[in-house]
Design a protein around this ligand. Structure first.
Ligand SMILES: [Zn+2]
Length: 477
């Protein structure tokens, strides 16, 4: 599994082969001596045929180094990005058209449901990458002398200082295209060769997201909805940045969004728009903090309050107050597991009895990439692929490996699903929290609570994802 990661192909080796040659023969450069090229090839390849054909094409002696087919697939996707991914040609000519290029780029990223666009410069090349399903994909290479025009264009659109090239800058673009309108957060970072720009695409319309299709198992969704239906209490979702917490929150808000309810949110920045709810942007520079917003929300006759994140005792206290006074509070918190949220709140300084009487449901979540259904490959499974300490929940004979095709930008994966762990805080669990008993594993088992690892394993078992994707989740199951 780590085999591919150990292989690095240098930029100046890449031109030994054309993209077409590399993909056709499924080979990659390894080393060069006076009269011969040493190339990686698939273990299963017929080496005689391969080397005789390549000797003619490359006009040089060929030596081959066989490695596993999946390593070749991954290396090809990484180093020889296909032309149909980079529309037209790898070298893009902007000339007088930085405007158009930027507009097309943003539209393209939006259509591909990308979250971020990275525009960056190195010593000899400039490139544009976009993040799809959490992974970066290279899309365009720019000429070095065309880079400044593009950066200036972005700075003008986001009201930033064109002359300032030594300090980081942050801005915002309100982008309009067709009848769609959305915000883009702009971050500019001066690097060694030029300024690097990251554009984060915001304000996705929340009307398309749906609690039923995020990845909850039937059992977990039942438990979660039970909590959402309660008249008050805090529902907390934990997980690292980029684990889809906000999407879950908005799917929940969508469900709660009724004419009869007053819903208020404070976020930094609001990642979705949803008609019918009142969304506030955090502005700490002028004192509009989570805490201040919450205090005001309580005077705005709310039914449901959503706070982007509980990250300090003041915000936590306000959230508790809101829940105690009969409101539903939705928020996120940085912990590793659903139960870890309880200790985190207590460590922040919330008395255990307060946590016990207000925490309604605690959820942990992660995102797992799904294998591309067009190119995934079935193989016999070897249990050594599991983490060392891991005891499998079921026996697996065959599993699927990523390969890469036109449908998945040669990544082998297409789309993501959330993996959840949902703990409803019932009377008994509240009692344990109040009494400071943090060791409740037995109680959780009795209730049939599925861990992140168990739910992730299920996706693997069903052939929807790979062992590599869930590996980190099996490490601390
Ligand atoms: Zn594919």
């Amino acid at each position: 599994m780590s085999f591919t990661e150990e292989i690095t192909i240098l930029t100046d080796q890449l031109h030994w082969l054309t993209k077409d040659q590399a993909w056709h023969y499924r080979v990659l450069p390894k080393a060069k001596s006076n009269h011969s090229f040493l190339l990686y090839c698939e273990e299963s390849a017929d080496q005689n045929v391969l080397s005789s054909e390549l000797e003619i094409l490359l006009n040089s002696e060929i030596k081959l180094a066989p490695i596993p087919a999946e390593s070749i697939a991954r290396l090809l996707s990484k180093y020889y990005i296909k032309d149909n991914v980079i529309q037209g040609s790898a070298q893009l000519s902007l000339h007088h058209d930085a405007d158009n290029f930027l507009t097309n780029l943003i539209q393209e990223a939006k259509n591909l449901k990308s979250s971020d666009i990275h525009i960056e410069s190195y010593e000899n090349k400039c490139r544009v990458r976009i993040r799809i399903d959490g992974m970066m994909v290279e899309r365009y290479l720019l000429k070095k002398d065309e880079y400044p025009a593009l950066i200036n264009k972005i700075k003008i659109l986001s009201n930033l200082d064109i002359a300032e090239k030594r300090l980081p800058q942050d801005g915002r673009i309100n982008f309009k295209y067709n009848d769609q309108q959305f915000d883009i957060r702009v971050s500019i970072l001066p690097t060694l060769y030029a300024e690097k720009v990251v554009l984060r695409l915001l304000n996705n319309d929340a009307t398309e997201i749906d609690l039923n299709s995020l990845g909850f198992s039937e059992f977990d969704l039942d438990n979660y909805l039970e909590g959402v239906k309660k008249p008050n209490g805090i529902l907390l979702i934990s997980g690292p940045t980029g684990s889809g917490k906000t999407t879950t929150l908005y799917a929940t808000l969508k469900l709660l969004n009724k004419e009869t309810r007053n819903i208020l949110t404070i976020e930094d920045p609001p990642e979705y728009t949803l008609e019918g709810i009142n969304q506030v942007q955090l502005k700490e520079s002028i004192g509009l903090s989570f805490e201040m917003a919450l205090r005001t929300f309580l005077r705005q006759d709310p039914d449901v309050i959503m706070v982007g994140e509980i990250r300090d005792i003041n915000t936590a206290n306000m959230a508790i107050r809101a829940a105690l006074t009969g409101h539903i509070v939705l928020s996120t918190i940085h912990t590793n597991s659903a139960w870890g949220t309880v200790s985190r709140l207590i460590d922040m300084g919330i008395p255990p009895f307060m946590v016990a009487s207000t925490l309604n449901t605690t959820v942990a979540q992660r995102l797992v990439r799904l294998l591309c259904p067009h190119c995934k490959r079935k193989q016999e499974f070897n249990e050594q692929a599991y983490p060392k300490q891991f005891k499998p929940f079921a026996k697996v004979d065959d599993h699927y490996m990523p390969k890469g095709c036109d449908q998945c930008y040669h990544t082998g994966y297409k789309g993501r699903k959330a993996v959840y762990e949902v703990i409803p805080i019932d009377q008994q669990l509240a009692f344990e929290i109040k009494n400071g008993n943090m060791y409740v594993q037995e109680l959780l088992n009795e209730r049939g609570i599925q861990t992140l690892a168990q739910n992730a394993f299920q996706l693997f078992y069903d052939g929807l994802t790979s062992i590599e994707e869930i590996f980190p989740l099996l490490l601390n199951y």
